[in-house]
Design a protein. Structure first.
Lengths: 364, 229
């Protein structure tokens, strides 16, 4: 996807903390969810704060769709409250002295009404917070607070939604509770989102575009599927998340209790899913769940065997292991094998073989 | 009927008038000062904080002595007030007001400063991302969140002004109806061996002060400021 210079989010920023410097030069797509992914202390949150204008000491330029927010050459620096952003903080940061309703109205009233794109009722329903309106934040659970925080940000009808690890402070059960709401936001609103996280699960479930950050520098960025199948970035993901495939439900075999998913590179059989035929789903395959054979095995219990071509072979942190990048009719796949297997099978780029997939994790 | 004469009632009225006016002025001046102290990274912050806290530890007579000199005909404040055609401040009600404001300043600034510091930057940042400008943020987020601190500050400033003695005597003197406040009136009664009146006024002060403290400690969420030098 090529972007014109005007469209999307242009970020050329540096922020020096003495000892740690964030320095990025990014051009991000004007739609969809861009996940900024990296370990703790890599500067993810700082990057988001700089874009919001919360770090006035940051140097550089920021513009969205040609609208300049910061430009050190002209001395322009739009203060936070004049930027058309919505910001969701890690700890929700609701105003404790206001009810949920007053919290929601705080930003909505101050945003220009002629640019309102999200209605009060729409936000309430989208995030399921209607029963909470008259309560004070201290009477809400962490997950409820975070949903109110998201609704509050959305009600300013932002041109860009910034989310700083909105699920990091929640336990696993609450994360599971909120992720579907995030996916609905993703599906129903056309607002571009910058989403900071260090969780591979959130990244694979939400991202369209991925920016990898480490030690204050961008290590790579690109569409999610391309990034995840690029062995160069694999060490950053450790053993997760593997590759992510976009597929749709093609067939249910109720007798055997299995469902067929079709994707660009072929089809996969998974355990029976409740989704209707045609539903779009995301699934992921871990490199450790993919083994390789030179001939197609007929006497195997494995259901999913796909013809593939070796694209590249990469080393990983463990010297006895290799990561093999495969191409399945245009779809990327990764396999983690031992160095001995690589030698024994004489694997090299261009070789045709079969990928046996032991498990497919369903993301939706 | 309490055994109080007209001078006692005048003293009570004067004390209430003084304390109300001083409290109002202190909240007006102390709040911006506390806001600045809570947020600045200026290197003079420590110096300003020490000056504000001085009345907490300085004997009132020392403060009164210096103020008397400064407000006198040859002192800088005295020259200024004379130059403005206001005359001299010592032994007048306005002089008492100025003195009380300085003397009670730490009791008002410290609780408010603590309240501002305790809320941190986050609520203000959240307000900024919700399109609130700096003044808007101050009035709709910072002040409401600092409310317990403001209440503590107001009550302490009022009570402390009612109760002051030494510095009032030095600056205000003892003019009935003008500068003779309750604490000075009690002193006069005791000197004149009028113990009945002294009992009534002292009892009044005791009940008032105790009620204020009970209010703060038992019902309010406010806390007394840390009395550190």
């Amino acid at each position: 996807m090529s972007l014109s210079a005007e469209q999307g989010l242009q970020v050329l920023l540096s922020r020096d903390f003495g000892g740690f410097t964030l320095s990025v030069d990014l051009h991000l797509p004007p739609r969809g969810v861009t996940v900024i992914f990296g370990p703790s202390g890599s500067g993810k949150s700082t990057l988001l704060r700089c874009i919001a204008g919360l770090e006035p000491e940051a140097r550089g330029c920021v513009s969205l769709n040609g609208q300049v927010w910061q430009d050190d050459h002209t001395g322009r620096f739009l203060p936070v409250h004049r930027r058309p952003i919505g910001y969701v903080f890690q700890d929700a940061s609701l105003f404790p002295h206001l009810t949920v309703r007053a919290n929601l109205e705080y930003g909505m009233r101050r945003a220009p009404s002629d640019k309102r794109r999200i209605g009060f009722d729409q936000a309430l329903d989208l995030l399921g917070i209607r029963p909470l309106l008259e309560r004070y934040p201290e009477r809400l659970s962490g997950g409820e607070q975070q949903r109110v925080g998201m609704a509050r940000a959305l009600l300013t009808s932002p041109s860009l939604l910034l989310m700083d690890e909105p699920l990091a402070a929640l336990d696993i059960a609450l994360k599971r509770e909120i992720l579907p709401y995030l996916e609905r936001l993703h599906a129903e609103l056309s607002i571009p989102v910058l989403y900071v996280t260090h969780s591979p699960e959130e990244m694979t479930r939400l991202a369209d575009y991925l920016v990898m950050l480490a030690a204050g520098r961008v290590r790579g960025h690109g569409a999610l599927a391309a990034m995840l199948s690029n062995p160069e970035h694999l060490p950053a993901f450790a053993d997760e998340p593997g590759v992510v495939l976009e597929a749709h439900v093609a067939e249910h075999d109720v007798g055997d209790g299995i469902t067929r998913l079709d994707f660009a590179g072929g089809h996969l059989w998974v355990s029976l899913k409740p989704h209707p035929i045609g539903a779009r789903v995301r699934c992921r395959i871990l490199p450790t769940d993919v083994s390789l054979t030179l001939t197609r095995a007929r006497d195997t219990s494995i259901l999913n065997i796909l013809p593939a071509t070796v694209v590249a072979i990469a080393e990983v942190a463990d010297p006895t292991q290799r990561l093999v990048q495969l191409d399945v009719e245009g779809s990327p796949l990764l396999s983690r094998i031992t160095r001995r297997s690589q030698t024994r099978l004489d694997l090299r780029p261009g070789l045709s073989l079969y990928a046996q997939i032991k498990a497919v994790a369903f993301l939706e | 009927m309490p055994d109080l004469d007209i001078n006692d009632l005048k003293a009570v009225w004067l004390s209430l008038k003084l304390a109300s006016l001083v409290t109002a002025l202190l909240l007006l001046l102390g709040t911006p000062l506390a806001w600045w102290l809570a947020r600045t990274r200026c290197r003079w912050k420590g110096l300003i904080e020490s000056v504000v806290a001085l009345p907490l530890v300085l004997p009132p007579s020392v403060l009164g002595f210096y103020l008397l000199l400064a407000m006198g005909p040859r002192g800088p404040i005295g020259q200024l007030t004379q130059g403005l055609g206001l005359g001299l401040l010592p032994f007048t009600f306005p002089g008492l007001v100025v003195t009380s404001v300085l003397y009670s300043l730490p009791f008002v600034v410290q609780p408010i400063q603590n309240a501002f510091a305790a809320m941190g930057e986050r609520p203000l940042e959240a307000a900024a991302t919700l399109r609130a400008g700096p003044w808007d943020r101050f009035f709709t987020v910072a002040l409401p969140l600092a409310r317990p601190g403001l209440i503590t500050a107001g009550v302490l400033g009022f009570a402390h002004t009612i109760g002051e003695f030494g510095v009032v005597l030095m600056i205000g003197g003892n003019i009935p109806g003008k500068t003779r406040v309750i604490s000075v009136q009690i002193y006069d009664h005791v000197e004149a061996l009028e113990y009945t009146q002294a009992h009534w006024l002292s009892g009044l002060m005791l009940v008032f002060t105790f009620s204020v403290l009970l209010l703060l400690y038992h019902f309010g969420k406010g806390r007394l400021p840390v009395m550190s030098a």
